[in-house]
Ligand binder design. Structure first.
Ligand code: HEM
Length: 545
């Protein structure tokens, strides 16, 4: 009743102002005024009360509080205000490397966490959110196998041209069916078979760096690693997905990258109601790219099918062909939808795997440049594991030092900053009933720095903490989540880990490197957390004995 008061007051005011002075003005006019007011009331009721306020009330009953939202925009204005005041927003880059960037990148979450604790609620427009960073609750989410927690539709809707209805975006049974078909292609035994193609791509990178050193006098070169690592990552995925047609794959991925850039110009976290409307020029560009990408992928798939019909042995089948076969054999994807299935999942694999692995490799090189003693340790171990200099799947699985370094890098600089979910139904997580429609956000870098879990040195780079695996490194292994959690855990984590091990160890076997004075420590959130000003290193060739 309280919420209808503004509308009653507005109606009465209109009556007083319009009807009384005019005495006998037309009944139609009054009805129109009431009609308009009624529409406003309905909008207010559906956009605001029915969703946000009701959900907030359900959460409040369970002892979950948060900042007071304003009409229509929720807490967006406050988030923007806090963000604008944060040092990171004013181009203040650290001259030294301090690893705790959460309060500069996500200052509103840090501020609210201090006031309301590790579980609080806030809203953006008519969307109600639940921030969940209490370790025990994260553990519960990790163990839940419920399909009632899906990907937030308001986030993934914006990414629809990029992801179609592929595995990253779909929910419920459609997602479960896709996961069942795609997941086996990323099991460890399949990924081990991809080591040689990863090595081929990594060798292209080391050759390029060699040429740079040669061109700069033969001793040392300053290299900005970001673009080279992105090309490498795209090259690896192209080879894995398209096999021999990987040049075509590279063209497809460069178009996907353009599409990603056009789409990612707006912030997902602020989720403002205006986000649905893109300028028509941008919309047109997106549509054209979408069509072009779809026909290029399909051409490449058909080309590969023809090649394989001719004579390619089955163990040389590329990833997408295997996925397509899996889909047809499974019987749940009909002949007609197989085109959409393969195009969407190709786009999903590129989107999920390309940037994240490249950024993880950049952070690895930055931290190894800062800690040359770990370069030496990795090099020393390599001489024991592959004395003949041949890197293969067997030796990759034995490389402990490089694994520890990568694990520590992904603890301090997890490329994906969030795990996000939407309650598709009322869902129980630990002691909380999350009402249908609420979006959950878990901030990974904050969990990875919790001193209660990791100890007082949580903000220091210490790969040795992983000597006995994740369970030896912390009190609650379920909250080490660089690859996400629960049933939607990253599908490409084996692929990413093996690729990172191959690339980092190959670079270390050929070069020694340190941070360039040009490097400015500036982690930036652009859908993933990346080095805002790039990573510049000074690379020296190692003497070959
Ligand atoms: C260092 C590199 C990577 C990181 C940090 C990373 C991280 C993540 C995270 C955090 C998620 C979300 C999990 C969740 O919501 O709980 C995810 C999902 C996913 N990732 Fe990765 N990823 C990486 C590399 C890759 C690669 C190389 C591929 C494929 C080649 C890949 C494929 C996927 C797919 C398909 C999903 C969706 C899984 C689903 O919803 O069922 N990722 N990844």
């Amino acid at each position: 009743m309280k919420n209808t008061t503004p509308f009653l007051i507005i109606s009465l005011l209109i009556l007083l102002l319009v009807v009384f002075p005019m005495r006998f003005s037309s009944l139609v006019f009054i009805l129109i005024i009431f009609g308009i007011n009624g529409v406003f009331y309905m909008l207010y009721n559906t956009l605001w009360l029915k969703s946000s306020e009701r959900l907030r009330w359900k959460l409040k009953k369970q002892g979950i509080y948060g900042p007071k939202p304003s009409f229509l925009y929720g807490n967006v204005a406050e988030m923007q205000k806090i963000q604008a005041a944060s040092p990171n927003n004013n181009n203040v880059y650290a001259e030294f490397v301090a690893h705790d960037y959460t309060s500069s990148l996500f200052p509103y979450f840090e501020q609210w966490r201090k006031i309301y604790g590790p579980v609080f609620t806030y809203s953006t427009g008519n969307k109600q959110h639940l921030y969940v960073n209490q370790p025990e609750l994260v553990k519960e989410m990790n163990q839940s196998i419920s399909l009632d927690l899906g990907k937030p539709s308001y986030v993934t809707k914006r990414l629809a041209p990029m992801l179609g209805n592929g595995i990253l975006r779909s929910n419920g049974h459609i997602w479960a069916m896709q996961r069942k078909i795609v997941a086996p292609e990323f099991f460890m035994d399949k990924v081990k078979g991809m080591v040689s193609l990863m090595l081929q791509s990594a060798e292209l990178l080391t050759m390029k760096w060699d040429e740079r050193i040669e061109a700069e006098g033969g001793k040392m070169a300053e290299i900005s690693v970001g673009e080279d690592l992105r090309s490498l990552s795209a090259d690896v995925i192209s080879r894995a997905c398209f096999g021999s047609s990987y040049f075509k794959g590279k063209n497809i991925f460069s178009k996907l990258r353009t599409l990603q850039k056009v789409i990612s110009n707006t912030s997902i976290l602020f989720g403002s109601p205006a986000l649905g409307f893109l300028p028509s020029r941008q919309q047109k560009e997106i549509e054209n790219l979408e069509k072009e990408i779809e026909s290029l992928i399909w051409e490449a798939v058909k080309e590969r099918e023809r090649d394989q019909c001719l004579e390619t042995p089955s163990n040389e089948k590329d990833l997408l062909h295997s996925i397509l076969e899996g889909a047809i054999n499974d019987g749940s994807v009909g002949e007609n939808s197989s085109r959409k299935f393969i195009v969407d999942n190709c786009k999903n694999i590129y989107f999920a795997g390309h940037e994240s692995t490249a950024v993880a490799a950049s952070w690895c090189l930055m931290l190894l440049a800062l800690h040359p003693e770990w370069q030496s340790r990795i090099r020393e171990e390599m001489t024991q594991i592959w004395p003949d200099g041949v890197l293969d799947a067997e030796s990759v699985s034995k490389m402990k030092m490089v694994t520890m370094v990568i694990q520590e890098v992904m603890r301090l600089y997890p490329p994906a900053a969030f795990v996000s979910r939407e309650a598709l139904e009322d869902t129980q997580i630990g002691h909380i009933v999350v009402p249908k429609g609420v979006c959950l956000w878990t901030l990974i870098p904050t969990l990875h720095r919790d001193p209660e879990i990791w100890g007082r040195d949580a903000n220091e780079f210490k790969p040795e903490r992983f000597e006995n695996g994740v369970s030896g490194a912390c009190k609650l292994p379920q909250v080490y989540i660089p690859f996400g959690l629960g049933p939607r855990l990253c599908l490409g984590r084996n692929f990413a880990m093996v690729q990172l091990k191959v690339v980092i160890s190959l670079i270390i076997s050929k070069f020694r490197f340190s941070l360039s004075p040009k490097y400015k420590h500036s982690p930036a959130y652009r859908m993933i957390v990346e080095p805002g000003q790039g990573v510049h290193i000074l690379v020296e060739r190692l003497k070959q004995c």
